[in-house]
Design a protein around this ligand. Structure first.
Ligand code: C2O
Ligand code: CU
Length: 488
């Protein structure tokens, strides 16, 4: 059993009070990082890869004191990592034993709307839901989490989330570290607030309307975690699975690392940097090099939210946080050099594209809140559109689109930075710096079942800062009068 998998249950290594936990430089990393187990799967008669997931109530001791009541998938907290290859047909049986309705959404996945697990695909308590689809996208770190109408923050905060790794057998590993849990390590980052009785606290908005900001950081459900490094290079698959907090990840000695992938897959080329910022829902794959016996801490530095007013209020002042310690052994296995080229650069043809604009403000998109019975617009299959997203206030927001991976064309009129040059499904939208994206809608038409687009700060999402679109054969009829389409 690889070292990282031995502690898959987490919390065994030691239980610690959180007095100094996560204050930069003060954390004692006493708990071995839990690595979510790979979900077992089997083949059914038609060759589909089948997984069984079960969402249920559990409890776990994250620290000294009492056990915390949690929710988890196939366990007490978080869920197993699903893994499938491009071209495979998958079927996931999701059983709901929570005692209240939920859903399971495949964040970042291209799939038919009826399989998407949004708020229209509710799973009643005691019931199961079995979506099936063919994996049809490049290798990427995707994830899954519930998406019930106005209850998403709570369900994710209590512990329902996991990774869905897509492999691309054609691309192979390209020499990237790829031994799961050893040198290819999930890093699911969440901030929590514990009550004096060691429960997840304040399941309601804090900090002036951004949602819960916790002062204790869990990585894969482990508090104050360390990971033993056994090879020269380690790939970390970072996922911001927090309700509201934005992280700006970097190492305590400012060492450079290679950013190799973003939400939808590998970047065109490794980008050598010292920081990568992730808002809720975003992912990054980074490769870091260690020398024998080195110890270095992955931290989060105060993010650049593009609004000074909000920086301190949102982050709670100086919030440089310790996330994870990497400890290298005396002898490190050699790792291949990073390739110079990883993937093709997204290059969607945008000539003649329909342009739509989305204004974020007051927990609304274009002045409207989510209405389950209103489909905001229809796009035509097999077309590319340009979407312009503007944050009209000074509150942090991001923007996530279901079904697709998009290409960022510009931010505030400037070319996208290297970290925005690959495929994305979620993007931070700074105040007053419009983000233009190119989105291609390929197939899977269904005029009756919509996909969602929304802010992924989960409190905002639950405030119904969300809209719905369908993919149809022709899209919306062309607008004939300028007043058309403006409903309060
Ligand atoms: Cu990660 Cu609509 O969600
Ligand atoms: Cu928002």
């Amino acid at each position: 059993v690889p070292a990282g998998l031995a502690a898959a249950t987490g919390g065994i290594g030691g239980l610690w009070a959180t007095a100094d936990v996560n204050t930069a430089g003060k954390t004692r990393f006493v708990n071995r990082l839990a690595v979510p187990p790979l979900a077992p799967s089997r083949r059914d008669r038609s060759g589909r890869r089948v997984y069984d997931l079960r969402a249920a109530v559990g409890s776990r001791r994250f620290r000294s004191g009492r056990a915390t009541v949690t929710w988890g998938v196939n366990g007490d907290y978080l869920g197993p990592t699903l893994r499938a290859a491009r071209g495979e047909k998958v079927l996931v049986n999701v059983r709901n034993e929570l005692g209240e309705p939920t859903t399971m959404h495949w964040h970042g996945m291209h799939l038919p709307a009826a399989m998407d697990g949004g708020p229209h695909q509710m799973i009643e308590p005691g019931a199961a839901w079995s979506p099936t689809w063919t994996i049809d996208q490049p290798a990427a770190t995707l994830w899954y989490h519930p998406h019930p109408h106005a209850r998403t923050a709570l369900h994710v905060y209590r512990g329902l989330a996991g990774l869905f790794i897509v492999d691309d057998p054609k691309a192979g590993t390209l020499g990237l570290p790829s031994r799961y849990g050893v040198d290819d390590v999930p890093v699911i980052v969440q901030d929590k607030k514990f009550t004096d009785t060691d429960q997840f606290s304040a399941e309601r908005p804090m900090m002036g309307g951004t949602g819960i900001l916790g002062d204790a950081i869990l990585v894969n459900g482990t508090l104050a975690p360390f990971h033993e490094v056994t090879t020269q290079r380690t790939r970390l698959r970072l996922l911001n699975a927090s309700t509201a907090r934005v992280y700006d990840f970097g190492f305590s000695d400012d060492r450079p690392f290679a950013l190799v992938g973003t939400d939808g897959g590998l970047l065109p080329a490794p980008f050598h940097t010292t920081r990568v910022q992730l808002s809720p829902g975003e992912r990054a794959e980074i490769v870091v090099t260690l020398r024998p016996t080195e110890r270095v801490t992955l931290r989060s530095y105060p993010p650049d939210l593009g609004t000074d007013l909000w920086n301190s209020r949102f982050t709670g002042g100086d919030d440089t946080l310790d996330i994870l310690e990497l400890c290298a052994g005396h002898v490190l296995g050699s790792s291949p050099a990073l390739p110079g080229v990883l993937a093709e650069r997204p290059d969607l043809e945008t000539a003649g594209a329909v342009t739509r604009s989305f204004e974020l403000g007051g927990h609304r998109i274009n002045g409207r809140r989510m209405d389950m019975s209103r489909i905001d617009f229809a796009v035509a299959k097999d077309t590319t559109e340009i979407w312009q997203i503007t944050n009209c206030g000074n509150t942090p927001h991001n923007f996530h689109v279901h079904d697709v991976q998009f290409q960022v064309l510009s931010v505030g009129g400037a070319d996208p930075t290297p970290e925005l040059s690959g495929w994305k499904d979620t993007v931070y939208v700074p105040p007053n710096a419009p983000v233009r994206i190119a989105v291609r809608f390929k197939d899977y038409t269904d005029p009756a079942v919509p996909y969602m687009y929304h802010c992924h700060l989960l409190y905002h999402e639950d405030q119904r800062m969300m809209g719905q679109f369908t993919v149809t054969d022709r899209g919306d009829a062309p607008k004939t009068s300028p007043s058309h389409g403006h409903h309060g």
